[in-house]
Design a protein around this ligand. Structure first.
Ligand SMILES: *Cc1c(COP(=O)(O)O)cnc(C)c1O
Length: 387
């Protein structure tokens, strides 16, 4: 049996895979089972921040594996402490809890927000408001947070205590707050799975001010937008706000599993001994990988991200077969005239890997993609769009 046949036989049928098996790669080039080369504009849904098998990233991991691959969280290890320090120094936030995925980082934020509100305002103050068209994960609670009904349908009852408002609708939030005390508002600054839609700056600032005035926690889900993806270290930095809790995951460790919830001034001491935990959270190998990634996301790299972003926007803006371009940094949505799924299929046939989000083609290339590879891939996509 081929790998594709074995996979179809034994893997639970949750993923509709493309007909390509990736066996190796280097940087932003990957190779399939027949040795065919593709330019990768997905980085595994924004995970492999510095591409495939990056040398510095590998060295950090190998070095840590040779020391210690895992210890329980009841003992100290260096990578976990140093990564938390680096994240706090770069954001001004105060404390970190490490987990293994985006959904878990959000679960942690939700627990922290509930505890903060319960301690201060009593047991009824648990409601968390999120946005319509958001995506916060696949666990039963983060599904409840996700403001897209089609993810909910088959899995009810979901965790209680979530309400959804339309992005931009401050009045809807105020109406909820007139009826009850809420714990938090949770947003993605750029809705990724929802179609690469950046929130309006005035709305985010109004939301931030309202939350500050009313002691409502603002949680920013940076699982996809974080770690340099949007041209700043975190996307909230494009909006001039200071969240109370930031969650991140995908690109943080460059391709190893990790999740992190970062706590600000108000929330830093919400959790006490035993309030939360994770066996694998803060794993030394994942943290060593993440530390190597975070150290490299400096001004120079972010400038390159912004230059490449400008190039992509100008290449697709007004191009034949393209209706519009959205997003920020290297998180880009392209509304194509032809159905996005059809464009994606043709791109793969022509040697470029991309993604979709709702009705858009979605690009999430590695932050350090070579300009030459990027240009080549963009030309291929443009040709597919106008065919
Ligand atoms: C991917 C994603 C998640 C879920 O992350 P997992 O690691 O798959 O659990 C949560 N929020 C956002 C914004 C995401 O893009």
């Amino acid at each position: 049996m081929s790998i594709k046949e074995i996979d179809k036989e034994y893997i639970a049928g949750t993923y509709k895979r493309f007909d390509v098996e990736i066996v190796s790669g280097k940087g932003s080039k990957v190779y399939d089972e027949n040795g065919r080369e593709y330019i990768d504009l997905t980085s595994g849904i924004g995970v492999t921040s510095f591409g495939i098998a990056d040398n510095e990233w590998k060295a950090a991991i190998v070095d840590q594996i040779n020391r210690v691959q895992h210890m329980s969280n009841l003992y100290y290890t260096e990578p976990c402490a140093l990564l938390a320090k680096a994240l706090c120094e770069k954001t001004g936030l105060k404390k970190v809890f490490f987990s293994n995925s985006g959904a878990e980082a959000n679960e942690c934020a939700i627990k922290a927000a509930r505890k903060y509100a319960c301690d201060k305002y009593g047991e009824d103050a648990y409601t968390i408001v999120t946005l319509e068209n958001s995506f916060h994960g696949r666990t039963v609670t983060t599904l409840a947070a996700t403001g897209q009904e089609h993810y909910h349908e088959l899995f009810k009852p979901l965790t209680a205590g979530f309400e959804h408002i339309r992005a931009g609708d401050m009045n809807a939030l105020k109406t909820i707050c007139e009826k009850k005390r809420i714990a938090a508002v949770m947003i993605e600054c750029i809705q990724g799975e929802g179609g690469v839609i950046a929130l309006d700056k005035d709305f985010v600032i109004s939301l931030y001010e309202y939350c500050c005035e009313n002691d409502i926690l603002l949680i920013v889900d940076e699982v996809q937008t974080g770690n340099g993806r949007t041209g700043k270290l975190y996307a909230y930095m494009n909006y001039g706000i200071t969240p109370d809790i930031v969650t991140t995951a995908k690109g943080l460790a460059g391709g190893l599993p990790i999740g992190a919830a970062l706590f600000g001034e108000k929330t830093q001491n919400v959790f006490g001994f035993g309030d939360h935990g994770s066996t694998f959270g803060g794993n030394p190998v994942s943290c060593a990988a993440a530390l190597s990634i975070i150290k490299r996301i400096d001004e120079k790299l972010l400038n390159e991200v912004n230059e490449k972003s400008k190039y992509i926007f100008s290449a697709f803006d007004g191009a034949e077969g393209v209706e519009s371009v959205s997003g920020m940094g290297l998180m880009i949505g392209i509304k194509t005239v032809k159905p996005a799924a059809e464009v994606l299929g043709k791109c793969i046939e022509n040697g470029v890997l991309c993604l979709t989000a709702k009705d858009k083609l979605r690009l999430l290339p590695a932050l350090n993609i070579d300009f030459e590879d990027l240009k080549k891939a963009v030309e291929i996509i443009k040709n597919v769009c106008k065919e």
